[in-house]
Design a protein around this ligand. Structure first.
Ligand code: FEO
Length: 170
């Protein structure tokens, strides 16, 4: 069980509850989409596109306002932590967005091709989920304690407000 922190300094739980809600939504959506129906498929792709843009925005906010600040703190203390540097280093979100956008092309093709794309998309979403959920867990269980350790309470309160504000702006 992950330790809990006061709300005002917990930078991950609120944004992650939104991200987890989106994960459940896309899993439901992709499993209920009829890929034989081009219109149904296109409407699902639009929602999926918004979802992955939201994930991308979430990642950018974390990079800019959390990970960069944490790295600066660690560097100032001469601590090297490669996990902090690498936590968003793969291109999974970009690859998923490309796959979703590719779907618009397949939506114009034959029913057989649409259904085949649907199978690939479902599998890719399941694979993505297998990585994304543990990634968020790592941020909550590894990086949040580091923030608590290396930042003052006031710094974290400010950071939390900024993170929430940036998520609301998008
Ligand atoms: Fe909070 Fe890096 O996802």
């Amino acid at each position: 069980m992950a330790p809990t922190y006061p709300d005002e300094v917990d930078v991950f739980t609120v944004p992650h509850s939104r991200m987890k809600q989106l994960v459940h939504k896309y899993l439901d959506m992709v499993s209920s989409t009829n890929f034989s129906d081009a219109g149904h498929m296109t409407s699902m792709l639009e929602k999926l596109c918004h979802t992955f843009h939201e994930f991308k925005t979430h990642e950018q906010i974390e990079n800019r306002f959390i990970m960069r600040r944490l790295k600066e703190k660690l560097t100032a203390l001469s601590i090297t932590d490669t996990a902090v540097c690498n936590c968003h280093s793969d291109n999974r979100l970009t690859e998923m967005l490309s796959l979703v956008l590719e779907g618009y092309r397949w939506a114009q093709r034959s029913e057989h091709e649409r259904v085949h794309y649907g199978t690939r998309l479902r599998q890719a979403l399941e694979d993505f989920t297998q990585v994304f959920l543990p990634h968020m867990k790592e941020e909550e269980e590894v990086f949040q304690p580091m923030l608590i350790e290396y930042f003052t309470y006031e710094e974290l309160k400010e950071l939390k407000m900024k993170v929430i504000q940036k998520h609301l702006e998008k």
